[in-house]
Design a protein around this ligand. Structure first.
Ligand SMILES: Cc1cc2nc3c(=O)[nH]c(=O)nc-3n(C[C@H](O)[C@H](O)[C@H](O)COP(=O)(O)OP(=O)(O)OC[C@H]3O[C@@H](n4cnc5c(N)ncnc54)[C@H](O)[C@@H]3O)c2cc1C
Ligand code: FES
Ligand code: FES
Length: 1312
């Protein structure tokens, strides 16, 4: 393949590789997901030739942080470069697609490139290398399992789990030694066939361009200077050149990895190497990447005695978790040290290790210690402006010297530490008297800080418990963290400070005992479990679905695990998303200016400076939209009052994105704060700030029953919100056609009709002039409905006003700020129950934080009330719900739509009832479950046969009772680690709420060559709806899928569509397609019967010749569903999806860390149209739910400002969070007469099963509390983060920390 050569004469120093690839080179396979190195969507491979070592280094890098100036002489490989459908696809691209590792596909090119870079260096990687390579890539759809499966096909090792977590390996009989459940039907375990895969042939890979090699060898090395408008980039090629440049421009930063400098380019540093000094230690070049440092250290610790390598080992431990593979390959050691981030993982270790920094300037070289003064940037011990850091000396550790590293983050990998620490002790001799002690912490101050005085005081002490107690007291006294400290989690941080110290104490004690058994006491059995860290292990999974009937025609794809039809296009980067569309002639860019206040009057807006900037075309305010500034319940641009931070105030329209963004910063808005400021649910209740009145359902007689029950309990649970974090941010491109008022809107939306309506409204023209087109959406999860339409309307207004195309693409931070997400909930419950656990009466209140506008909040509340029973029959039930109006960005639809919150509240209540009765929660769940034929609280009949079957099967498949006993054994033997096991049932009612909203339509054309075009009203969000729809058309027309095409969803072809969501898009549109196909078949029947062996081409031509129309619309009027809120009864749901999940976790009681050991999921999906897609939906939803309930935490300031605006602050599950064992199985197919081929929609339901992890953690925490004799009831809120886990596992350390009186300080954040 010819490698394209790029010669760029005008390199702007501020330009990053990502926009350059996407806009200048039109290579749009590399995606924008966050712009900050945190998501991996923009991963490319960079290859560099080193003329001195004659070696080529290939490494993954995030294009969003790579300045193009830094790429001189390198080869950059993008996803387009490794394979394409036009030439040959690469085996990685093929396998990720065929293993069903793509859903929306937006993360896929980044995943492909991370694996590609790995395979270039390790053609047969180990599982460790594999998971490590993908640690920096986020996927919001798949749940990672299929991606891991695809990658595993490249590993040399067998597909064994390599895990004996529960004492048994997967290759032993059955799942965990428990024989497989007896199946009546034939079951399938394979979703893909490895035999079909193209082999990986490393000799076929692109070679490093010889031209670049020759250039590196031969070309005279000279300093390169790239000048820009605002920044100059200088790339010296020798150390002297660098020193000279630094002398000339002392204030210019040295750009190495640029992972900390960000956009501000300066002088490019150079790469130097490692040197081992056999007397002193290791000298590492400052410009080595962290990945190279990791490799060097890994090598050195193999070669040297353990005694000498204590610091190296500690560094290695952290280097395994620092960021993701891309950042580790880009970031330099020098940049890391010099950035002196407060949460740097390496600086605390380098500081305790007595490292020194070798500096160089024109005046010569000198050394400074990397100590607390350097970290505090004390001028006396810092670099002078002209100096550069050349290398770092890391001394060998000495005999009787021990170094350890600790860190705790929100997520185990690729997450900055909340607190980290480096600790070192040197003993005088084997008797364990402290000679030197050094303890540094990160995350607890403005920079890495040292507990210097405490360490000094402890010198001369023996290493015993008394010393530990004193050390904890001294350190807590020395490292004071105020209650209002930035980052919050203050008590957790204080606890970690001493918990880490305890871990260090035990680690060292254990070694001392080993080295001098006579002198030191044996480590108490109780303490041993404090030592080992929880580490993710290799993943393995089993998937069980049911094969199609052997009599089914081979060509009929229904029920078969067909790959997502765009899978290959996702993997090659050829799939086109909204922002991948080429620029239209004279296109403008629109960006929003949003409110910085949560509730304020707009006193004035001064646009003059912004308007005067180059390239600015217009700035729209509410004045421009008079008369059209609101639609239904939503307003567009703020008029005289702002209601939340992130409220849209004006829209800047400019010739380019950079110009628009620059101008937006210059819009001056003067605010006057208004009262009240309502952020939390509690504040809304206090101010009675609600949208409309309460919603209520009542069944039986709650008050009377309360008089008869054995016990009554009252409780509440708070649940935080969730950010959609679709990988493709909100995107739209509006193109006026220039004729007859026609306008085209290309937008990443779930609801094209709404976009059409709202645009027609704002432009005051009929809907038939506005056409909305959606090819595909890079994830939505409910977040691309209402706000998307509003932004599209404003963009359309601008486009229409100027008669030019306008593009609007939100940055990740803007998107998170503006768009809102899942509603935070407060659930209050009063349950009346009997001693045996039967709940006879339940009074429930739901409050959701709706934010500043109504959006879909009332509907969410209603769905929450209708679905709150989950799997249980509460014979007397009253539930009421309110949507709280607050000064937060409006919350909106999100996968599950109220059920994940309502269900959690119910499960929390059940768990508490079980605790009160002294019964296992599973027993109380089972006893309260619906019986086979029953009635819900809104009087809809329910047959709970499948629910009960899922529950029983999950019990069996997960070997629940055997594992419960094992968990109890483990807990009895381990004081500081606890395991928890929980099983949760699921009954997810499915419908879209009414007949009207269930309408669907489709259009099927047959062309004269026999090919077919299908269109329908659903949007491809990654859930595979288009694939399923083609399967439907294929079955109905008895035609191979390859003959059928689906191009886009458009209001032009199928009008008046409903929103895509609510799990039913395939159900509804599939019935419409079936209808259209049957109409066509009926018309063609005489022709086909005349020529039964003809081809579709023959039939189409014959039909044409006989003037028979080859185009048909199909329609489905919607399921007969209804609910009467006055009476509180009806038939609101068409069917129920049932399931159960059993999860096991292990918790580190000292750090709050947890590990997902195993999850078993059993689901009733009816008859699956496509098991691969359905399993993907279930797993993806489960992992998203696990994120919701355990790690995803939004933080707001007391003034209502969202802090968490990107993947660095907001953690969605990454590959490390996938349960080590994941088993998904389906019930045998069951009849479901009304639905499409008896299938059930499973897009949303699996999300709730993520709460099995929440309750498993709770179970583990309860075990810890029980052992510690804590009898107070445990009140836990969601998400159950490391902070909450740690603080609930109360012990002497949590008791030791200082506590601030509530009200005595302003907290950094408020739970909303
Ligand atoms: C997504 C992401 C995740 C991360 N996760 C973690 C994590 O988990 N743990 C962690 O500890 N860190 C983490 N980091 C921070 C990362 O480790 C640092 O950003 C990185 O090490 C900085 O190195 P760099 O080469 O990119 O520095 P640059 O950004 O290139 O430079 C940083 C600073 O160092 C100065 N500098 C660089 N080299 C020299 C030199 N030789 N002499 C003098 N001055 C110099 C520059 O002038 C500049 O001021 C993360 C960063 C990102 C983007
Ligand atoms: S876009 Fe570059 S890492 Fe997210
Ligand atoms: S497929 Fe990974 S983000 Fe959608």
């Amino acid at each position: 393949m010819k490698i394209p050569k790029v010669i760029e004469k005008n390199v702007a120093p501020e330009t990053m590789l990502l926009p350059y690839l996407r806009k200048n080179l039109r290579l749009t396979g590399t995606k924008y997901g966050c712009g900050g190195g945190g998501c991996g969507a923009c991963t490319v491979m960079i290859s560099r030739y080193n003329p001195s070592t004659k070696q080529i280094r290939h490494y993954p890098a995030t294009a969003c942080l790579t300045p193009i100036c830094s790429l001189y002489g390198t080869a950059v490989t993008t996803v387009e470069g490794i394979g394409s459908t036009k030439t040959r696809i690469h085996p990685i691209q093929e396998r990720i697609a065929k293993c069903h590792g793509t859903q929306c596909g937006f993360c896929t090119p980044g995943m492909v490139m991370s694996i590609y870079a790995l395979l270039r260096n390790h053609p047969e990687p180990t599982l460790d290398q594999l998971t490590d390579a993908l640690g920096g890539n986020l996927c919001r759809c798949t749940g990672y399992r299929p991606i891991i499966d695809a990658c595993k096909t490249f590993c040399k090792t067998s597909s064994c789990c390599q895990s004996r977590e529960n004492g048994v390996c997967c290759l032993d009989q059955g799942v965990n030694g428990v024989p497989e459940f007896e199946e009546q039907h034939k079951i399938s375990l394979e979703l893909f066939s490895e035999k079909e895969f193209l082999p990986l042939d490393p000799t076929q890979e692109l070679i490093f361009p010889p031209e670049l090699m020759i250039m590196a060898e031969k070309q005279p090395q000279k300093t390169r200077v790239f000048g820009g408008d605002r920044v100059t980039w200088i790339s010296p090629v020798t150390l002297t050149g660098l020193v000279e440049a630094k002398f000339k421009y002392p204030q210019a930063p040295i750009v190495m990895g640029n992972t900390s400098v960000g956009m501000y380019a300066g002088i490019k540093g150079m790469r130097h190497h490692a040197r081992l000094n056999f007397i002193l230690g290791l000298t590492l070049g400052a410009s080595l990447s962290l990945a190279q440092v990791k490799d060097i250290l890994a090598d050195v610790v193999q070669k040297l005695p353990e005694e000498k390598t204590q610091t190296f080992r500690a560094l290695l431990k952290h280097l395994r978790t620092v960021a993701g593979s891309q950042i580790r390959n880009m970031a330099s050691l020098g940049g890391h040290i010099m950035s002196r981030h407060l949460d740097s993982d390496l600086n605390p270790l380098l500081a305790v290790g007595n490292c020194t920094l070798n500096l160089l300037s024109k005046e010569g070289g000198r050394q400074i210690p990397l100590n607390d003064q350097f970290l505090r940037k004390c001028p006396a011990n810092d670099l002078k402006p002209q100096e550069i850091l050349v290398s770092v000396n890391i001394p060998y550790s000495r005999k009787w010297e021990f170094v350890s590293a600790f860190r705790q983050a929100q997520r185990q990998q690729n997450a900055l530490a909340i607190v980290n620490s480096g600790m070192r002790v040197l003993f005088g001799d084997e008797n364990g008297i402290i000679k030197e002690l050094s303890v540094f912490y990160g995350g607890v101050g403005p920079t890495t800080i040292c507990a210097k005085n405490s360490c000094q005081e402890l010198i001369g002490r023996p290493w015993n418990e008394e010393m530990l107690d004193t050390a904890c007291r001294l350190i807590l006294d020395e490292i004071r963290l105020p209650g209002s400290a930035p980052g919050g989690k203050v008590e957790f941080k204080r606890t970690l400070v001493v918990s880490f110290l305890f871990k260090f104490y035990l680690e060292v004690l254990q070694i001392l005992k080993r080295m001098n058994p006579g002198h030191h006491p044996r480590l108490a059995d109780k303490s041993k479990s404090a030592l080992e860290d929880l580490r993710p292990r290799h993943h393995w999974s089993t998937l069980t679905y049911h094969d199609v009937d052997p009599k089914q025609l081979l060509q009929d794809p229904i029920g078969r695990p067909i790959m997502h039809l765009s899978g290959i296009n996702h993997a090659t980067g050829e799939a086109i998303y909204c922002d991948d569309m080429p620029a239209v002639d004279q296109e403008l860019f629109l960006t929003f200016v949003t409110s910085s206040r949560a509730h304020a009057k707009i006193v004035s807006i001064d646009l003059s400076e912004a308007l005067s900037l180059p390239g600015v075309v217009d700035i729209l305010t509410a004045d421009h939209l008079q008369g059209v500034n609101s639609f239904a319940t939503e307003s567009f641009l703020a008029t005289d009052e702002v209601l939340c931070v992130g409220h849209l105030v004006c829209a800047v329209v400019a010739e380019s994105e950079i110009q628009a963004k620059r101008a937006a910063k210059r819009v001056k808005i003067v605010y006057k704060d208004l009262e009240p400021l309502i952020l939390t649910i509690e504040e809304a209740i206090q101010h009675k700030s609600f949208f409309e009145s309460e919603r209520k359902l009542e069944y039986g007689n709650v008050d009377e029953t309360f008089k008869m029950v054995d016990q009554i309990l009252e409780g509440e649970i708070h649940m935080g919100g969730q950010e959609h974090f679709y990988m493709e941010t909100q995107s739209m491109l509006v193109i006026p056609k220039g004729e007859a008022q026609e306008i085209d809107v290309y937008v990443s939306t779930q609801f094209p009709k709404h976009v059409q309506d709202i645009v027609a409204f704002i432009l005051k023209r009929p809907a038939n002039k506005v056409m909305c087109h959606v090819k595909r959406v890079g994830g939505a999860f409910g977040g691309k409905v209402v706000k998307t339409s509003i932004m599209a309307a404003i963009t359309a207004f601008a486009a229409n006003k100027h008669g030019r195309a306008v593009r609007c693409i939100l940055e990740r931070g803007e998107d998170m700020l503006i768009t809102g997400g899942r509603h935070p909930y407060l659930g209050k419950y009063k349950a009346g129950f009997m001693k045996d656990g039967r709940i006879l009466a339940l009074d429930m209140e739901h409050y959701c934080n709706a934010g500043s506008s109504q959006d879909e909040s009332l509907w969410v509340v209603e769905m929450g009330l209708l679905k709150m029973d989950n799997a249980y029959k509460f014979p007397n039930l009253r539930c009421r719900g309110w949507a709280c109006r607050t000064n937060l960005p409006s919350n909106t639809a999100f996968r599950g739509f109220g059920f994940p919150q309502a269900g959690l509240i119910t499960e929390a209540c059940i768990t508490e009832v079980a605790a009160k009765c002294g019964l296992p929660p599973e027993q109380v769940r089972a006893i309260n479950m619906y019986k086979e034929v029953d009635e819900t609280h809104y009087k809809q009949e329910i047959n709970a046969k499948n629910l009960i079957q899922c529950w029983r099967e999950c019990m069996t498949k997960s070997s629940y009772f055997a594992r419960r006993a094992a968990v109890e054994r483990f807990n009895a033997e381990n004081y500081w680690k606890k395991r928890g096991l929980t099983m949760v049932p699921l009954k997810y009612p499915v419908s879209v709420g009414s007949v009207v909203l269930g309408q669907a339509a489709a259009l099927v054309h047959i062309y004269l060559d026999g090919s077919v075009l299908v269109t329908h009203g659903g949007i491809e969000l990654g859930q595979g709806v288009h694939t399923k729809m083609i399967q439907v058309a294929s079955r109905e027309l008895k035609m191979p899928m390859s003959n059928i095409c689906l191009r886009e969803t458009s209001t032009e072809t199928v009008p008046n569509t409903n929103a895509t969501g609510g799990s039913m898009t395939a159900d509804l549109n599939g019935l419409a397609i079936k209808d259209a196909c049957q109409t066509l078949l009926k018309r063609l029947e005489p022709i086909i019967s005349k020529n039964p062996h003809g081809t579709w081409k023959d039939w189409a031509e014959a039909a044409f010749d006989n003037s028979i129309s080859l185009s048909a619309i199909g329609y489905f009027r919607g399921f007969e569903t209804n609910i009467d809120w006055e009476k509180g009864e009806g038939h609101p749901f068409e069917y129920f999806v049932c399931g159960a999940a059993c999860s096991e976790v292990e918790v580190d009681c000292l750090t709050g860390n947890h590990k997902n050991i195993r999850t078993d999921i059993v689901m009733d999906v009816g008859y699956s149209i496509n098991p691969a897609i359905d399993i993907g939906q279930i797993e993806g939803a489960f992992i998203q739910g696990m994120g919701l309930y355990t790690i995803e935490e939004l933080s707001y300031s007391p003034q209502g400002v969202l802090y968490t605006r990107g993947p660095s602050q907001y953690k969605i599950p990454a590959i490390c969070d996938v349960p080590t064992e994941l088993h998904v199985s389906f019930l045998p197919p069951s009849e479901n007469s009304n639905t499409l081929y008896s299938s059930k929609g499973v897009g949303e339901s699996g999300l709730f099963l993520g709460c099995s992890v929440f309750f498993a953690i709770r179970d583990a925490v309860c075990a810890a509390r029980q052992e510690r004799g804590i009898s107070e009831p445990l009140m836990l809120s969601s998400p159950l983060t490391p902070e909450k886990i740690r603080m609930a596992c109360e012990d002497k350390f949590t008791k030791m920390i200082p506590r601030d009186k509530p009200g005595s300080y302003i907290p950094w954040n408020v739970p909303v």
